[in-house]
Design a protein around this ligand. Sequence first.
Ligand SMILES: [Fe+2]
Ligand SMILES: [Fe+2]
Length: 180
Amino acid sequence: MSATGELRADHDQVRRLQIITEKCADKISKGSNIPFSDIEKITLIIYEFVDAIHHSREEDSYFPCVASYDTLKEEIRKFMIEHEFGRNIAREISKHLQRWKKGEDAREPVSRFLRTYSVYLFDHLNKENQFFDQAEADVLSPEEEKEMYEQYRSVIAITKKKEDMIKEIDYLESQPWFQF
Ligand SMILES: [Fe+2]
Ligand SMILES: [Fe+2]
């Protein structure tokens, strides 16, 4: 396995989250009652998996390694800005969800920010997948791919956390509001 392969595998899971988020936004805007705990699971996966694991892998090692070749720097700069944009949207989802839980009618902003997050993810993943193809084919050495992969896999707590998050994704996909 390679670092690029591992990040692509992360993207496969994030793509599942993107579809869940889109569906959730849609159902909320149509008036369905989705349990607050399910919406909280979405934000949990965003914080603990997308941000804490996947974006860290990109920002702390993969992007710096690619940038060390003095290439694709503009793309990387944009991706970092997009990550920050994603974090801001996630904060809005949480904020309005808390208001809604306290009895205020926050159905519209929760739905809107979930949809915004889904659109952000869709676009970001597509662009990054192309970037991975380029980095893999033209930039990174096999040694670097292997070293970063091993680094990604070396922290047992993170591997375990990713597995837990995938179980949460499985759970959300099995809920009636997702399936029908
Ligand atoms: Fe990213
Ligand atoms: Fe990514």
